[in-house]
Design a protein around this ligand. Structure first.
Ligand SMILES: [Fe+2]
Ligand SMILES: [Fe+2]
Length: 307
């Protein structure tokens, strides 16, 4: 009898240890084996978005290229001009062409609007979760660009896109596994747990793994895939990776937005080393960034979240 209960306790202990080991070693590398990826409903990437992303990644996008890409699609051009003329973005006279918009608002702002207009088509539902997820991603896009400005890092358009797409896996999980994903979000919120931990427990993979799969399907540039797949890792995990700076910049933007509690975001603890890796070492820098995000975010939200 005693032997049986000892055996039972040993088995329970072994099971708990295996669970802890699994939680600490969970990886998304085998996402396609765990999930039946072929059955996933994945929104297709709008053609214009694909072209703009390609151009940005090749660092060859200038005002002429941008105007040319957009001019192929008159309906898209009028959407961009409508945003450019909206009260939030318009400074002074109304604009009637992309060239005028660039002169009036600057290339970076127009590039952001083009990217948002193109990626907005990825939005499927208008439920509260979809909205909360896009609110978070829009705020992280704005924060990523502001951090890049503060650090003098350049490639502002790219950092904006990284922020907008970093959690695309969450949107795809919400589209494909509605009820189960709503339960994940409930647990993340009520227990203040990290998203990946709850996702791994419920699905066996996280939004980083499924997001990377989607980005691969969309033939995204490698730095965007790195941001999507690694933005929950730490500086010591990825210090040697060639895209570590881009990845940790988006992580820093996530941190800023989680402090501001915008949308459905992550719970971040201590990320001082990650911030220091990209050059954010003073708390005053973070406070200034938070103020700037609060200032800039509403105009981007008004566009990205409007149906
Ligand atoms: Fe994330
Ligand atoms: Fe995030």
């Amino acid at each position: 009898m005693r032997g049986t209960s000892v055996h039972k306790y040993s088995c329970t202990l072994l099971f708990i240890l295996l669970m802890i080991f699994h939680m600490n070693t969970h990886k998304d590398d085998d996402f396609e084996e765990i999930a039946d990826a072929s059955k996933l409903d994945i929104p297709s990437l709008p053609v214009i978005a694909a072209r703009v992303l390609d151009m940005l990644s090749e660092e060859m996008l200038n005002a002429d290229d941008l105007a040319e890409v957009i001019s192929f699609d008159p309906a898209f051009t009028s959407r961009v001009l409508k945003v450019a003329n909206s009260p939030y973005f318009c400074r002074g006279d109304k604009v009637s062409s992309i060239d005028e918009a660039i002169m009036n608002m600057g290339f970076e702002a127009v590039s952001d609007i083009v990217v948002m207009s193109a990626l907005k088509d990825l939005r499927r539902g208008s439920d509260a979760i979809d909205e909360g997820l896009w609110e978070h991603s829009t705020a992280v896009a704005v924060a990523s660009r502001l951090i890049a400005v503060q650090l003098g890092a350049g490639r502002l358009g790219e950092h904006f896109i990284h922020g907008l797409l970093h959690d695309i896996g969450k949107m795809v999980m919400n589209i494909n596994f509605k009820e189960k994903y709503a339960a994940v979000i409930d647990e993340v919120r009520s227990a203040a747990k990290p998203f990946e931990e709850v996702e791994f427990a419920a699905f066996g993979f996280s939004h980083c793994g499924i997001g990377d799969y989607v980005a691969k399907k969309w033939r995204m540039p490698v730095e965007i895939r790195s941001v999507i797949s690694m933005h929950h890792l730490t500086a010591s995990d990825i210090a040697d990776n060639e895209h570590a700076f881009d990845v940790l910049l988006v992580k820093a933007a996530n941190y800023v937005c989680s402090e501001l509690k915008i949308g459905i975001g992550d719970n971040y603890g201590f990320i001082e080393k990650d911030l220091a890796f990209i050059g954010l070492t003073k708390s005053a820098q973070i406070e200034r960034l938070m103020e700037k995000v609060e200032e800039e975010y509403p105009k981007y939200k008004s566009f990205m979240l409007k149906k």
